[in-house]
Design a protein around this ligand. Structure first.
Ligand code: AR6
Length: 167
């Protein structure tokens, strides 16, 4: 597996799949979720609504992942995963690791060879960047997957530097 760090906007990635740091409603939000729905167009939200109706009436549980079309984005699929909100009173690392593993498992089911991840949970959900990078690398490196090209797309220079130092 080739691991690459990219500084930029994940909505511009040409990969088989890009991962969305969603929330359990699957109905969109701010941050990377907002950008993906805005640029990908209404087809993604439509697919999310159908998934809610068919499988996730109570919401997609934290740590799980599910795929939809990528609409107008250059990727083929969006894999939506729900990261944990960071907590200082409880260790939720396993749930964050699960987001990466489950996303790769969904990618395998799509026969996706390239997957781009954002730094899940490090924005609105408050996870410290360095710890998030450690968990992300560990989860991806130990995953049993056929995905050959894994990219971490970091939105700003500070996040990129933290991931680079950790790598
Ligand atoms: N490309 C790559 N990374 C981005 C982009 C982008 N276009 N935009 C933001 N980031 P966040 P979370 C970075 O808040 O913490 C939403 O409302 C951002 O700088 O998007 O998992 C959902 O609906 C940060 O480092 O996701 C949920 O309610 C990282 O992506 C909630 O936010 C993740 O930040 C999820 O919170």
């Amino acid at each position: 597996m080739k691991l690459t760090l990219v500084r930029g906007d994940i909505t511009e990635q040409r990969a088989d799949a890009i991962v969305n740091a969603a929330n359990s409603s699957l109905l969109g939000g701010g941050g990377v979720d907002g950008a993906i729905h805005r640029k990908g167009g209404p087809e993604i939200l439509e697919a999310c609504r159908k998934l809610r109706a068919s499988h996730y009436g109570k919401g997609l549980p934290t740590g799980q992942a599910v795929a939809t079309t990528a609409g107008r984005l250059p990727a083929r699929w969006v894999i939506h995963t729900v990261g944990p909100v960071h907590s200082t009173s409880e260790d939720r690392s396993e749930l964050l690791a699960s987001c990466y593993r489950e996303s790769l498992r969904v990618a395998d089911s799509l026969e996706a060879a390239s997957v781009a991840f954002p730094a899940i949970s490090t924005g609105i959900y408050g996870w410290p960047m360095d710890d998030a990078a450690r968990i992300a690398f560990e989860a991806v490196r130990t995953a049993e997957t056929n995905v050959r090209d894994v990219r971490f797309v970091l939105f700003d220079g500070a996040a990129y530097d933290v991931f680079e130092a950790r790598l």
